[in-house]
Design a protein around this ligand. Structure first.
Ligand SMILES: C[S@@+](CC[C@H](N)C(=O)[O-])C[C@H]1O[C@@H](n2cnc3c(N)ncnc32)[C@H](O)[C@@H]1O
Length: 277
């Protein structure tokens, strides 16, 4: 029997943070510990925040750490059991902007994967961390939330939200009026999911017109014989879908904010901000 094609996040090539800590969600998982600088603890002699553009492993600054159970490779349907660079980009964005997050606003994350971004978000605000109910992903997120209780000062509700479902569950519906920020990292890799994701955003913005959406993703380039060139078809399809949504503003944000996690902020990473008009 042919083995199903597996993918592995590029992140593991640049960082090896796997420990011998025991996984609790699945025995085939591993537990990685990712260190990050918490800028609230780094000030210079004038009391100003010291923002590092790129931290290094040898840096002697005291660091916080997040413990994440995850897979090291999966079939395409279960990529959420791994960690992707977009999750770190959004985590950096949250740490950098934590003082400017809307007061009392809840943060909703879509396609949260292992829950890394949501756990960082819960250092600052209550979070609704969502994904599809497939491959034990919601249980994995819950286990990761438990592992990092000492980090999160706020509540994390782990709930099912499937872009392909017509309606939100009742549990999500009742929480939506409190949501001020919507996050999604690396959910653009399959055109059917992309189309459903953009439709979900459209529905969410109709229900919460004040919400600001931040989408981090890594453009994935392929070479096509037809064009005799490289292109990023999934990203282009996402832009096409976005253009069709009426009454929204979309803006590409500069990635010039501080980097607190150790990963390559590659040039293919982008961050979109979307609001209602
Ligand atoms: C590449 S992973 C990114 C995970 C995480 N945000 C990160 O950056 O590490 C894509 C995520 O989209 C989720 N996803 C796929 N199809 C979905 C759907 N129909 N509804 C909601 N989420 C979906 C996957 O389960 C997975 O968590």
């Amino acid at each position: 029997m042919e083995e199903e094609y597996k993918v592995s996040s590029e992140l593991y090539e640049e960082t090896n943070n796997i420990t011998d800590i025991k996984p609790t969600a699945s025995p085939t998982n591993v537990v990685s510990v990712f260190k990050f600088t918490n800028p609230s603890s780094i000030v210079d002699s004038d009391g100003d925040l010291v923002v590092k553009r790129k931290p290094s492993k040898n840096d002697s600054t005291e660091k916080d750490s997040i413990q994440i159970e995850h897979s090291t490779s999966t079939i395409l349907d279960l990529v959420g059991l791994q960690i992707w660079r977009g999750a770190f980009l959004l985590a950096d964005w949250l740490i950098y902007n934590n003082k400017d997050l809307p007061k009392d606003g809840v943060i909703l994350e879509l396609g949260s994967g292992v829950g890394l971004t949501s756990i960082i978000a819960a250092m600052y605000r209550n979070v609704i961390c969502t994904d599809i109910d497939q491959g034990g992903i919601l249980n994995l997120i819950s286990e990761n939330v438990k592992r990092n209780k000492s980090l999160t000062k706020h509540q994390v509700s782990v709930l099912k939200l499937d872009f392909l479902s017509e309606n939100f569950t009742e549990e999500i519906e009742v929480l939506l009026p409190k949501v001020k920020i919507i996050l999604a990292a690396d959910v653009i890799y399959d055109d059917m999911i992309t189309q459903a994701f953009v439709a979900t955003l459209q529905k969410l913005l109709l229900k919460c017109p004040e919400c600001v959406v931040y989408i981090a993703l890594e453009k994935r380039y392929v070479f096509t014989v037809n064009d005799c060139d490289t292109c990023a078809p999934c990203y282009e399809y996402f832009l096409e879908c976005l253009e069709k949504v009426p009454k929204i503003n979309s803006e590409l944000l500069p990635l010039d904010f501080g980097q607190y996690f150790e990963y390559d902020r590659v040039k293919e990473l982008v961050l979109w901000k979307i609001t209602s008009k």
